[in-house]
Design a protein around this ligand. Structure first.
Ligand SMILES: NC(=O)c1ccc[n+]([C@@H]2O[C@H](COP(=O)([O-])OP(=O)(O)OC[C@H]3O[C@@H](n4cnc5c(N)ncnc54)[C@H](OP(=O)(O)O)[C@@H]3O)[C@@H](O)[C@H]2O)c1
Length: 333
C-alpha cells in the first residue's frame, strides 16, 4: 500500500453527538496528518491506553475521528527527511500517536522524523511489537532504577501487575540481568508462567493492602509498579533504606495515599516513568538495549495475535484487567 489516492484500512474511533462510534473504515493519504515519514504499518500492539482510547469514558482520545494504537512497526514508504529512506524498517510509539493524531491501527501512518526509531539489528517488526510500549516502559523503568544505583545482589525487586504486558516484560528483563524478582499478581493460576519468566517469589494482590503503618519491615531493594493506587502505598512502606520504586502505571487507579516517612526516614524515592514523551535520543538508546542486554527472556511467548478485524475484544479485555502477556496486531503484509 502506498499512500496516494488509494484507500487503506484503519480502525477508527469517533463521536457523533452523544454517540461513540468505533470500527473499520477506509482512509486515504489525505486523512493522514502532517509529517516527514510515511510508514507501511506491519505490526502494532494493544496497550492499556488503547483500551481506554476505544471507549467513550476513557479520557485518552484528544481528537476525533482518531485511529488509536500508540505502537507501530513497519517499513518506510516515503521520507522527506535525510535520516530515513524508503524500505527502512522502523518503530514509532508514544508522543501523540493514537491520542491526538492517528496511530498504529491502520495500514499506513505518517509521523514526524523526530519520533521515528530505526529498527535495531536483531529485532523483527513482530518482536518489536511483542515488546511494544509496555515492554519499552519496563526497560525504561529498569534503566532508571539502574541509573539510581540498583544492582543485582542488593535485594529482591518487586513487580506489580505481573501478568500484564509491562509487568511480565519487567520480570523477564530483571531476571535476565540477575535480579531476585518477586511478582505481585491477582492471578494465582499464572505462577508457573511467571516462574518461567524468572520470578522466584509471589505476593497476592490482597497482600499489598491500601492500609498499613507508615513504615513497615524493609523488604524491597526496588520495585516496578504498574498498578498504582492499590499497590504503591504498600511498596513505599516496605522499600529498603535508599530504595526506589519506578511508578509507571495506574491499572487500579491514580490515587496515591502515603506519608512522607518513607522519603525522610529511609531516603526512598519514587521515580516517575513517562515513556510517551521520552526524548528521541534516549528512546533510541533504550530500543538498542532491548535488542541486546535488556532483551526480554521468552520474547515471542504468550502473545495473542489479532488483526484489525479481531482487535476489538482485545481492547475491551485489556481494559478489564484480563491481560495475560501481550496482544499483537498483524496490520499489513
Ligand atoms: N508510564 C508510562 O509511560 C506507561 C507506559 C505503558 C503503560 N503504562 C501503564 O502501566 C499500566 C500497565 O500497562 P500494561 O500495558 O501492562 O497493562 P495490562 O497488560 O492490562 O496489565 C495490567 C495488569 O495490572 C493488574 N491489574 C489490573 N487491574 C487491576 C486492579 N484493579 N488492581 C490491581 N491490579 C490490577 C493485572 O495484573 P495481575 O492480574 O497480574 O495483578 C493486569 O494484568 C497501565 O496503567 C498503563 O496505562 C504506563
Amino acid at each position: 500500500m502506498t499512500p496516494g489516492s488509494e484507500t487503506f484500512r484503519a480502525y477508527v474511533v469517533d463521536r457523533d453527538g452523544d454517540r461513540f462510534l468505533r470500527g473499520l473504515r477506509d482512509l486515504t493519504a489525505a486523512d493522514l496528518p502532517e509529517g516527514d515519514v510515511d510508514i507501511r504499518v506491519e505490526w502494532s500492539s494493544v496497550n492499556y491506553k488503547d483500551g481506554l482510547a476505544a471507549t467513550a469514558e476513557g479520557k485518552v482520545a484528544r481528537a476525533y475521528p482518531l485511529v488509536p494504537g500508540i505502537d507501530l512497526a513497519g517499513t518506510v514508504i516515503r521520507s522527506g527527511h535525510p535520516s530515513f529512506r524508503p524500505g527502512q524498517p522502523v518503530i514509532a510509539h508514544g508522543y501523540d500517536l493514537g491520542v491526538s493524531r492517528h496511530g498504529g491501527f491502520a495500514e499506513a501512518a505518517r509521523v514526524p522524523a523526530g519520533w521515528v526509531v530505526p529498527m535495531p539489528p536483531g529485532l523483527t517488526a513482530r518482536e518489536a511489537m511483542a515488546i511494544g510500549t509496555a515492554g519499552f516502559t519496563a526497560a525504561l523503568s529498569v534503566s532508571q532504577l539502574e541509573a539510581r544505583g540498583l544492582e543485582p545482589g542488593m535485594g529482591p525487586v518487586l513487580v506489580t501487575g505481573a501478568t500484564g504486558g509491562l509487568g511480565s516484560t519487567a520480570i523477564s528483563i530483571l531476571a535476565e540481568l540477575g535480579y531476585e524478582v518477586w511478582a505481585a499478581t491477582g492471578k494465582a493460576d499464572e505462577h508457573d508462567w511467571l516462574r518461567s519468566l524468572g520470578a522466584v517469589g509471589f505476593l497476592g494482590r490482597e497482600e499489598l493492602a491500601a492500609e498499613g503503618r507508615p513504615l513497615e519491615s524493609e523488604r524491597w531493594a526496588a520495585a516496578i509498579d504498574a498498578v498504582g493506587a492499590a499497590t504503591l502505598p504498600a511498596i513505599l512502606r516496605t522499600l529498603k533504606r535508599g530504595g526506589a520504586v519506578a511508578a509507571c502505571g495506574n491499572a487500579s487507579g491514580p490515587a496515591l495515599t502515603t506519608t512522607v516517612f518513607p522519603f525522610i526516614l529511609r531516603g526512598t524515592a519514587i521515580l516517575g516513568i513517562d515513556s510517551a514523551y521520552l526524548p528521541i535520543a534516549a528512546r533510541r538508546r533504550i530500543w538498542e538495549r532491548l535488542a541486546t542486554d535488556l532483551r526480554p527472556r521468552a520474547l515471542g511467548e504468550r502473545l495473542t495475535e489479532v488483526t484489525l478485524d479481531t482487535l476489538e475484544p482485545a481492547l475491551d479485555a485489556i481494559r478489564a484487567g484480563e491481560a495475560r502477556g501481550r496482544w499483537i496486531v498483524k496490520v499489513g503484509a
